[in-house]
Design a protein around this ligand. Sequence first.
Ligand SMILES: Cc1cc2nc3c(=O)[nH]c(=O)nc-3n(C[C@H](O)[C@H](O)[C@H](O)COP(=O)(O)O)c2cc1C
Length: 144
Amino acid sequence: MLTAKDEKDNGCIVNTVVQVGANPTRLAISCQMGNLTREIIEATGAFNVSVLTEDVPFETIRHFGMQSGRDVDKFADFPGVKRSCNGLYYLTENVNAMFSAQVKHKIDLGSHMLFIGEVTESKALGKGAPCTYAHYHKAIKPKR
Ligand SMILES: Cc1cc2nc3c(=O)[nH]c(=O)nc-3n(C[C@H](O)[C@H](O)[C@H](O)COP(=O)(O)O)c2cc1C
């Protein structure tokens, strides 16, 4: 999950975080152009990644991944968050790690903006297995 902040805190679910460099550690994230989170990251040059674990409830995925911060304040009543050194929120529940990153490159892919960020802070937060996209579809997403 990604978080970002300008006048307002916001965040969204992403399944596109990849470590793409070391010393310094660099992460790539791919954000849909229409997402508010993409706009904020482009404007501020900073983002946090919270690594969700397999026990994450569907409600968290729905809350951050199926509605936009343009319509709701996603952090208004959301419990289990802290701020990292860069002032952005990260999640403290149903996560096993967090990373803060500073954007170094961006590549316009048309539908998505690919950001490459340098990690400025990281913490281990738990021992749960990370939630993959496959696990989300198999065990979290409600079946019709
Ligand atoms: C399982 C899942 C994976 C997603 N992966 C991505 C992703 O990799 N990149 C992205 O930009 N949006 C992704 N989304 C969609 C955003 O989370 C969604 O569009 C969100 O509502 C954007 O909110 P915002 O407008 O407040 O930024 C994903 C959503 C779900 C449920």
